[in-house]
Ligand binder design. Sequence first.
Ligand code: ASP
Length: 341
Amino acid sequence: MKQKSSILLIYTGGTIGMIKDFETGVLRAFDFDKLLMRIPELSHLDCDIDTYSFEEPLDSSNMNPDHWVKIATLVEDNYQEYDGFVVLHGSDTMSYSASALSFMLENLAKPVIFTGSQLPIGDLRTDAKENLITAIEIAALKKNNRSVIREVGLYFEFKLLRGNRTTKINAEHFQAFNSLNFPPLAESGVHLKVNHQNLLNPGRRKLRVHKKMDNRVALIKLFPGISEAVIAPILFNSGVKAVIIETYGAGNAPTEKWFTELMARAIKEGVHIVNVTQCSGGSVMMGHYETSAHLKKLGVINGKDITTEAAVVKLMYLLGNDVGPKVFKTIFETSLRGEMI
Ligand code: ASP
């Protein structure tokens, strides 16, 4: 007999879990223990759902690595008991959290699906119901007694995307996320279509949960006119161990002497410098233009087609795991969870 899947629904906060008080018009957090009462459609799903709600639901602008550890620990503690996990999260920083969890949960063999919504669940025109119901359906998918999705995904507006490939691209549209460098893992229309060829296959090793994230990371977005006075204090700062330079196009940056010298000095002093493009799609190709050849020569790390969100948390993960300076560049440039080519 086919066994029903069991899903743990983790509510961290965000618009999805809010309802409007029709008298005052104020949005307030929804009581998740009454979830089935509010969304009776959930009882038609062919799975058992338990819920866990953060005591103080967060607007995702307040998310930080401690909260990621909390989510990772919930997955770890309940890993044997449930077939899948759905994490309800504010959309603003969802791509960072989904990316972080992808690194923290090594050898993940069950789905961890992030979702949220642009309109509260109690709103008449809400996108929350579709997002929530389909995210649960996806998390519950099993074949030959194994979960179909064995990675961290992000489901929003009819698409399941690899979490660490996503970026929030729109503050208003229902289609709030995109993954320009990697195709969807699944698409929902009349049928739920899983693109099996795009899925990660982690093998059968035991889940390892990494809980140390070192946030001594900085991000500099280049713009014409950026000066040494702005960049230098970020690079030479005891609170910073790794810096992402968001470069132009295929990874290009000024060739002016002051810039090259700053980069050289920072690398010499042990700061990890990563080249990530400011374009939402495409890849860094260091050495393709003269304006990136100097970075390649200096030993700048190639971010290839990684998103800025995934680069930030990958740095936190590698620094937190004390990856040594000799192998840091090679490991960063290796795809660990399908986050880059
Ligand atoms: N500010 C909200 C958050 O990220 C927006 C949302 O939930 O979509 O928590």
